[in-house]
Write a protein that binds this ligand. Structure first.
Ligand SMILES: CSC[C@H]1O[C@H](OP(=O)(O)O)[C@H](O)[C@@H]1O
Ligand SMILES: Nc1ncnc2[nH]cnc12
Length: 303
């Protein structure tokens, strides 16, 4: 079953047409305006994704939407099935993944309501499966530049066209959660580590997207000033929820503008779609067939 769908993946890449995947974070549980919209259930070798995936066409482009926490916000940041989510998007033929996520800000000039088109991450998560690879098939991909610059630029243009204040670049610190940071942690991330925004979900998501050879970009939607700011006090979920509404309306507007910007797709100049080219270390005769079977969608191109 898995192989049949993977042929679709290869076909889509060869045709040079984008298929855009949207991962919706807190407050974004669906997208508007899809033609032939249908929620489809996808099985993966990594278990069930966060929810069914919403498929359809937008402005002539095939789209797939996945609510990261599930409809009704069922999964916590630590229990989101990140591997199943990325596998399911790949399995459905997605080429380009845009993640939209709520985050706190470490910068005075990055205010609630603003969007940051992230270009770097610091991964402080520790209780999640972070790779598709391991014993039986070891691979090491580069995540030095974890965001696809082509997608990032498209998001920047789409956000600005939507009238949102958008920041061109920023470092997203991914924390484990689910509690928010202490004041001491918040000041350390900001003053010593140089992080710009903080959230709980973009890692290992971005790393897994790279392993799956998917282009990935993150739109970080600011909801609060985290806990470092002397004038704003502790992060309160009630304040975050109040800001999520406007952010989520702008996220929907941004997404609606993406097909026009991303419809033509060639081989990724940034290298995202051939990240596995020289990454697999395990000798062919030492690879575990059971592990290879699980990698059919993610790494079938090179196995
Ligand atoms: C709702 S506040 C905390 C929660 O929001 C963010 O989720 P997402 O990245 O999926 O938008 C943050 O990472 C936390 O999981
Ligand atoms: N301050 C914050 N820290 C971590 N995740 C967040 N999501 C939204 N605001 C956040």
């Amino acid at each position: 079953m898995f192989h049949a769908i993977f042929d679709t993946v290869k076909g889509c890449q060869m045709m040079g047409q984008a298929k855009i995947g949207i991962i919706g974070g807190s407050g974004v549980y669906d997208i508007d305006g899809l033609e032939n919209a249908a929620w489809v259930t996808v099985e993966t070798p990594w278990g069930a994704p966060s929810d069914a995936l919403l498929t359809g066409r937008l402005d002539g482009i095939e789209m797939v939407f996945l609510p990261r926490h599930g409809r009704g916000h069922v999964h916590s940041p630590s229990t989101v099935p990140y591997r199943a989510n990325i596998d399911a998007l790949k399995r459905l033929g997605v080429t380009d993944v845009i993640a939209v996520s709520a985050c706190g800000s470490f910068r005075e000039d990055m205010a609630p309501g603003d969007f940051v088109m992230v270009d770097q991450f610091i991964d402080r998560t520790f209780a999640r499966e972070k790779s598709f690879f391991g014993t039986g098939c070891v691979a090491h991909v580069s995540v030095a530049h974890p965001v696809c610059e082509r997608l990032r630029q498209a998001c920047l243009a789409a956000g600005r066209a939507q009238g949102v204040t958008c920041h061109d670049g920023g470092t997203y610190l991914a924390m484990e959660g689910p509690q928010f940071s202490t004041v001491a942690e918040s000041k350390m991330y900001r003053d010593s580590w140089g992080a710009d925004v903080i959230g709980m979900t973009n890692m290992p998501e971005a790393k897994l997207a790279r392993e799956a050879e998917l282009c990935y970009a993150s739109v970080a939607m600011i909801t609060d000033f985290d806990s470092w700011h002397p004038d704003h006090g502790a992060v309160q979920i009630s304040d975050i929820i109040a800001t999520l509404g406007a952010n989520s309306a702008n996220a929907r507007g941004l997404v609606a503008r993406l097909p026009a910007m991303l419809r033509a797709r060639d081989v990724c100049a940034h290298g995202c779609d051939h990240a596995l080219e020289h990454a697999i270390m395990t000798a062919p005769d030492k690879r575990d067939p059971a592990v290879l079977a699980k990698l059919d969608a993610v790494a079938g191109r090179v196995l």
